[in-house]
Design a protein around this ligand. Structure first.
Ligand code: FAD
Length: 474
């Protein structure tokens, strides 16, 4: 076994000319899934990887596998209607099940699957939670549980989060092991993977398409572009439809008992604004992803930012030591949906998976392999999401500014929600004192007043005022 987790010294550079049915550019999650599925269906497959398996985002993700896309269901419905949204959502769930089927200890030793993920709200919006639960559970046939504030805070001890949606069928795995496990399975199925083999140009015209690498040429009937934001020269215009976003992550040194005191939930936790994403690993370490930039920077420069983020959410942990940092570039499309489909006869694209890459790349790999080899046309559901120019350098600056603005407004909304919660608690205590005084004096309590910000729509089951805020009220 190599230090990067792969089990193959044979992922050598391509040094001889080759003829195959399908050439895949990029050995990330997307390219390797296409390769595995196509090889299983009997095609001859070569994967050309410029660096090494899992070099970018695919080898640096946190391993949370959940249904869905970067675009919310509500936005999807607005864009393509409820019926097509249902089909897309069902595909995203199939992607989850595909990963579940492969990520077993038997097929991928050490993959360490564990169940359940929690999506938490930074603001006190119980009515929105109810609507979301109904949509997911009833209209989109997805197993979800709504967690009220008390339940959330019993497991995640911070006043930063309010309600939550718990996905019992979501799960997490060792993300690095998964990408190398995929490579091993693809090779076992007959695919050939060549590392250190950047594709410098392609000629997709004609029945047999041509691919040029520094030391060899390839001919293939089908080419799958799965190079994400680093694709570069072979398809510049395609690369320009993706905004590269570097996301930084870290794992802490062992934190001992204090971590279990702060977090008893064992699955992945993320917030609805996409700011923080974390979970406990190896019993008492915290793995955390948060800061983002639209340019590449050294991950160790973000250790302090992640440390501060952890301290903001869990001040009771005190100063935590960061043991390792890393990053990967995700490809963000303008519309938020992945790029899956056929660009011209025999030329395919699978990229733009954003932060939601495990289930969606699994789905894309299956769809493309099956379309090429058995005529499955479901990739056409992605046709409404065309390739839209991401704005080049200006787009990167705009993307960064918008990202900062979104984070800042999410932080402001969170601060406001916590302020309202404290005000409610103070109000509650005052009313209780007043009632007690009235009881002692033998007078009737005054008509109860509606504290600020507590107008709940009929039928909503918004939580009672938090009980733990007594300290603030004194
Ligand atoms: C910190 C972090 C945490 C994340 N956590 C999660 C998570 O928990 N759950 C989740 O679902 N998603 C997560 N993601 C997102 C997920 O990792 C990505 O969406 C996914 O890995 C994208 O896979 P890909 O195959 O499209 O791209 P990549 O991983 O970028 O792979 C593309 C490959 O193509 C190669 N390549 C490019 N151009 C060429 C060329 N011309 N010739 C040859 N090779 C080329 C590159 O070297 C690269 O190896 C996370 C991402 C990051 C960065």
């Amino acid at each position: 076994m190599r230090s990067d987790g792969s089990d193959s010294p044979e992922h050598a550079r391509l040094t001889f000319d080759l003829d195959v049915d399908i050439a895949v550019i990029g050995a990330g999650l997307a390219g390797l899934t296409v390769a595995l599925e196509a090889a299983r269906l009997g095609a001859s497959v070569a994967v050309l990887e410029g660096r090494h398996v899992g070099w970018n985002a695919s080898g640096h993700q946190l391993g949370t596998v959940m249904p869905g896309y970067g675009l919310s269901i509500a936005d999807l419905i607005a864009r393509i209607g409820i019926e097509d949204t249902r089909e897309l959502w069902a595909l995203s769930k199939q992607g989850v099940e595909y990963v579940r089927g492969l990520a077993t200890e038997q097929l991928m030793p050490g993959i360490a699957p564990s169940e359940g993920a929690l999506e938490l709200s930074n603001v006190d919006a119980g009515d929105r939670l109810i609507a979301r639960l109904q949509l997911l559970g009833e209209d989109f046939d997805t197993e979800v549980e709504g967690w009220q504030v008390e339940r959330v805070r019993a497991e995640i001890k911070t006043d930063r989060y309010f309600h939550g949606v718990y996905y019992p069928k979501a799960f997490q795995i060792d993300g690095r092991k998964y990408v190398h496990g995929l490579a091993a399975l693809a090779r076992r199925a007959g695919a050939r993977i060549f590392e250190d083999t950047p594709v410098v140009s392609i000629d997709p015209s004609g029945i047999r398409k041509r691919i040029v690498t520094p030391s060899a040429r390839l001919r293939a009937s089908q080419i799958v572009l799965a190079g994400n934001v680093h694709l570069g020269a072979p398809a510049h215009r395609l690369s320009e439809t993706l905004l590269p976003v570097w996301r930084y992550a870290a794992v802490t040194a062992p934190l001992g008992e204090r971590l279990a005191d702060a977090i008893s939930f064992k699955g992945s936790v993320s917030d609805t604004d996409g700011i923080d994403h974390f979970r406990i690993v190896e019993g008492d370490r915290l793995m955390w992803a948060s800061p983002e930039t639209t340019w590449a920077a050294r991950p160790d420069r973000f250790a302090g930012a992640i440390q501060r983020r952890i301290r903001t959410i869990f001040p009771q942990l005190g100063r935590v030591e960061i043991a390792e940092t890393w990053s990967g570039a995700i490809g963000q499309t303008v519309h938020g949906m992945p790029q899956i489909g056929q660009l011209r006869r025999g030329l395919w694209v699978a990229s733009g998976f954003g932060r939601h890459g495990l289930n969606t790349s699994a789905m894309a790999g299956q769809l493309i392999a099956r379309s090429i080899l058995s005529g499955d046309e479901r990739w056409r559901l992605f046709s409404p999401f065309e390739l839209v120019w991401a704005g080049g350098m200006t787009g990167r600056v705009a993307g960064f500014t918008i990202g900062m603005w979104e984070r800042a407004s999410a932080a402001t909304a969170g601060a406001l929600a916590r302020y309202r919660e404290r005000a409610r608690a103070r109000e509650g205590i005052r009313e209780a004192r007043l009632a007690a005084a009235n009881r002692q004096a033998g007078t009737r309590p005054p008509p109860s007043r509606q504290p600020p910000g507590r107008h709940h729509p009929q039928g909503s089951t918004a939580p009672a005022p938090a009980k733990s805020e007594g300290g603030d009220a004194s």
